[in-house]
Design a protein around this ligand. Sequence first.
Ligand code: FAD
Length: 382
Amino acid sequence: MIELAIPRTIFDDEHNQFRESVRRFYEREVAPHHAKWEEDGIVPRALWKKAGEAGFLCATMPEEYGGVGADRMYSTILMEEQSYAGFTGPGFSLHSDIVAPYILNYGTEEQKKKWLPKMASGDVIGAIAMTEPGAGSDLQGVKTTAIRDGDDFIINGQKTFITNGQNADLVIVVAKTDPAQGAKGISLFLVEAGLPGFTKGRNLDKLGMRAQDTSELFFADVRVPADAMLGGQGQGFYMLMQELAWERMQIAIMAVAACEAMLKWTVDYTRERKAFGKSILDFQNTRFELAEIKTETQIARVFLDKCVELVAQNKLDVATAAMAKYWCSDLQNKVADRCLQLHGGYGFMWEYPISRAYADARVQRIYGGTNEIMKELIGRTL
Ligand SMILES: Cc1cc2nc3c(=O)[nH]c(=O)nc-3n(C[C@H](O)[C@H](O)[C@H](O)COP(=O)(O)OP(=O)(O)OC[C@H]3O[C@@H](n4cnc5c(N)ncnc54)[C@H](O)[C@@H]3O)c2cc1C
């Protein structure tokens, strides 16, 4: 990666060794195959098993549930290395750092023992289904219902844009147990793939992140036992809100690492590429562009590392996490555009990593709460 001048202070030697092994994993297990997976629109389950064996899934879970009790710096390293490598296919962070923490924090002992070790080994792939065709930003408007029937709940509804949706064995489904209520009527359910009435729709065709499966999910009279409920009835919205700071940070972490990667690729490319008898890098415009990108990336890096430190201590507030998510993902998109421009026509060619990085960057401003919603959240603190 491009060396930024201000040293990072959030990692120790063990973290740095871990980073090396993650980097080798991406070089060995992902790099040779990612282009094929982009064509397939999905990464194979075998990769999940390999990641599990390497200890790269659910690392922050306690040992009794299959993890190694790692701190969030390890999660940060896993996400950064994926961004540095430029391979957005594996949906590991959603599985390990969004789905698994819900089960750890709100699950019963039985639920934790049933699911977490298998998620850590890669035998079970997790997803979370909030968004519906008619409800994205406005989560309180979800229409999926889970209505009590004796000892069971019957789930009906439809979800869309669900990451890991095709591969998923276990989906946390956001549903209304009391459709007459807004936030207070929302509950979460652990729903297993293969249950009668639960079907997976299309693997959606996307502008970017083409090796990651994103799916529609349908629920038609899906009967789940009452113990499939995660946390208390009507507590769903509250639980979703508790986890948001860390979820948004993950997008920011991947964004700033992507900026560093794009800067490096572009410095290398413009140094090699010649026009008018000199390197593209020797034109003042190129140097000024890259100087600005380097400066803004350095600023983002310092702010973000402070936020990572705070989130690891559970001290990061929602509004500051929203700042990190919106600002860093906006920066990622600006950097992608400027770096692509400096690659000329080659930047538009899919075989060049900057082309993929440009396409992959776009969704970062949309998912995890759109950047407009982030500004709403920050605005409320004024
Ligand atoms: C690749 C991908 C992966 C995803 N993965 C998942 C997943 O795993 N699980 C999941 O549940 N969801 C997932 N999503 C869904 C994602 O979180 C939603 O797309 C996002 O929250 C926006 O919702 P929406 O698409 O319905 O847009 P809308 O809510 O319809 O928004 C449309 C536009 O209106 C703006 N807008 C809406 N409300 C306001 C407001 N109050 N003020 C100002 N502007 C507003 C938005 O910012 C946006 O620009 C994924 C989406 C994508 C594209």
